[in-house]
Write a new protein. Structure first.
Length: 312
């Protein structure tokens, strides 16, 4: 009986004797996915040779969720879920519990996108540190956490178990045209400079720079302050961790067009794309908009699973 999809068959030649076959006859790992991360989880299964467990997502008449696994037969569960909504958070907690019930002795939780990570401090009296609250809850059901490009690396410290941020920004270089003209990889605020550098390095050519961003938290409005870098006639690749409302990127595009840029490509790790973000960016004149599959949607052009696979 081949150990199809197990780590054993993924990373080593197949067993050659009966004795080896009988050792650990249960597959050592299975991937269990939340409903919103099925594409990412499938890519992770392909990248690692692990099996995907069968999962059902049910909802009771009162609205409560019940996510469950069937046929789960592994010592180690890799539970994958982007916590893009409150439902996704609950579903993740349920799947962590379900795999323990099914016999997993070890759980690794993969958060392709960690929701609430931007609420990483109490900005005024009485506010929660929401990132810490959700990290603590997730920690109760897992032995470790991997999360892709968390908004701030320090968010990993909120977990009560070892947590690692995985940089998948380099994947964003893949869909770029090979003929970018004097490319500039630009982050719309200083905090995303490392991401722009990752994409530039993966592309293999070009310069990096950043704008300074100011956000008015009362109105939600964004202003980006240009630097002195000449952009006239150049192609610019904007890189950020998240595109949410599109305010940041549409403001950056407007500034760049005022300064005579050629094409502007908008790339992000997590394409949250709330409300009318795609329309705003199209109206702003974006040449192309895409992100990874940490949040699965129409602009998920590349998978962040391969760099995560390297940590499993
Ligand atoms: C915030 O600092 C993040 O890095 C992003 O820049 C932000 O989430 C983008 O939000 P929006 O698309 O709403 O401007």
């Amino acid at each position: 009986m081949p150990l199809a999809g197990s780590r054993l068959t993924a990373t080593t030649p197949g067993p050659t004797t009966e004795t080896e076959l009988s050792v650990g006859s249960d597959p050592p790992d299975m991937i269990v996915t939340g409903s919103g991360s099925q594409t990412f989880a499938a890519a992770l299964a392909d990248a690692t040779g692990r099996d995907l467990a069968a999962v059902a997502y049910d909802r009771f008449p009162d609205g409560e969720l019940q996510a469950s696994v069937s046929g789960f037969d592994a010592d180690h569960a890799v539970v994958v879920a982007s916590t893009v909504s409150s439902d996704a958070h609950v579903e993740l907690l349920q799947l962590q519990d379900a795999v323990r019930e099914a016999g997993a002795s070890e759980v690794t939780t993969v958060l392709p996108y960690m929701g609430y990570a931007r609420q990483d401090e109490a900005f005024s009296a009485g506010e929660p540190v929401s990132a810490r609250a959700v990290a603590r809850a997730i920690s109760t059901g897992t032995d470790r956490v991997l999360t892709v490009n968390p908004h701030e690396a320090a968010v990993c410290d909120f977990f009560d178990v070892p947590a690692t941020g995985v940089d998948a920004a380099g994947r964003l270089a893949d869909p770029l045209p090979a003929d970018l003209r004097d490319p500039l990889f630009l982050s719309p605020d200083e905090g995303a400079t490392d991401l722009a550098t990752s994409v530039r390095d993966a592309y293999g050519a070009g310069a990096t720079d950043y704008f300074v961003k100011h956000r008015d938290y009362d109105t939600g409005g964004v202003a980006v302050e240009p630097n002195d870098t000449a952009v006239a006639g150049r192609d610019v690749v904007l890189v950020d961790d998240i595109v949410a409302t599109g305010s940041t990127m549409s403001e950056a595009i407007a500034v760049l067009h005022d300064r005579g840029v050629d094409r502007v490509f908008v790339t992000c790790v997590h394409p949250l794309l709330a409300a009318n973000a795609r329309t705003r960016l199209h109206r702003a004149g974006v040449a192309a908009l895409y992100g990874t599959d940490t949040i699965e949607g129409p602009v998920s052009r590349v998978s962040a699973a391969p760099p995560v696979a390297g940590h499993l």
